[in-house]
Design a protein around this ligand. Sequence first.
Ligand code: NAP
Length: 289
Amino acid sequence: MTKILASKELIQLQKSKFKEECANLSQKGITPTMKVILVGENPASVIYTRNKKKFIESIGGACEIIKLPADISEKTFLREVDQIANNPEVHGCFIQLPLPKGLSHLDLSKLIPPEKDVDGFHPDNLDLLLRGDTGDHSLLPCTPKGIIKLCNHFGIEIQGKKVLVIGRSMIVGKPMALLVLNHNGTPTISHSRSEDIESIAKEADIIISAVGRAKFLDKSWIGDKKPWIIDVGMNQDENKNLCGDVDTESIKDLVKGYTPVPGGVGPMTICSLVENLITATKRQTKELQ
Ligand code: NAP
């Protein structure tokens, strides 16, 4: 029977673990503290940041969303980020993307110090990924890290398996392929210029789609191998409801299992962000070497 890889149960398990870790830190007078920098009022970003804050507070951490105006100058934005990120009382910090047009040209990767970089985008953290880190105790990009955790939870083996990653962005596709490699899988990374991805898909044990197009992946991609499907996409369907990249109706009887949208990869991304915050807090307070 096709398995629906919903993340709800795993999130509850992780939450319990985080609560315990926060309680232990609290006994030493430490509260994992996050600052979120939100520029402008992009409706999706407002919801994402609110959800992240809610999650952090529910496990006993502290989180403040710092709202900056959409028309903020580059100079003021950089000064604000510097002050927030270098505040010694802050353990983790991230800038909610996307930024408004006036700031979108900026290279953000080094604005947050590596030890507070809960998004895992700082070059020092990405270097760990290149060197073979598996992400258990380091600040690696949240979506790929969450996907590996979800695979482990459902007993989806990566070692030795052919894994097709569709998409090559810095936040999902590229770190995902590296993390698969670090877990001894055999990744293939594909993108809009790749030829005949369908043939590669038909040979894959796991297909991870991070394209951003509704109903992108349908039964024409699925061969006899019955792959696992991980759907990273967050799109809107014709009724403006949240949906992934995968046409689930079309593939559901042809695969071993698939992640639903909503309720699959999205919550795992937030969960990894919180795990990164706890790791960052422990490191900075010498609770973890
Ligand atoms: P992105 O930067 O736009 O990257 C999309 C990738 O898809 C690009 O590498 C692009 O190739 C590739 N692509 C586009 N059309 C293709 C085609 N026809 N065949 C093969 N590849 C194609 O997006 P992203 O930031 O990685 O995000 C991807 C999706 O995941 C979005 O829907 C986003 O909202 C979602 N997302 C979800 C989460 C979560 O927590 N669930 C987290 C992050 C992102 P080129 O490089 O050649 O252009």
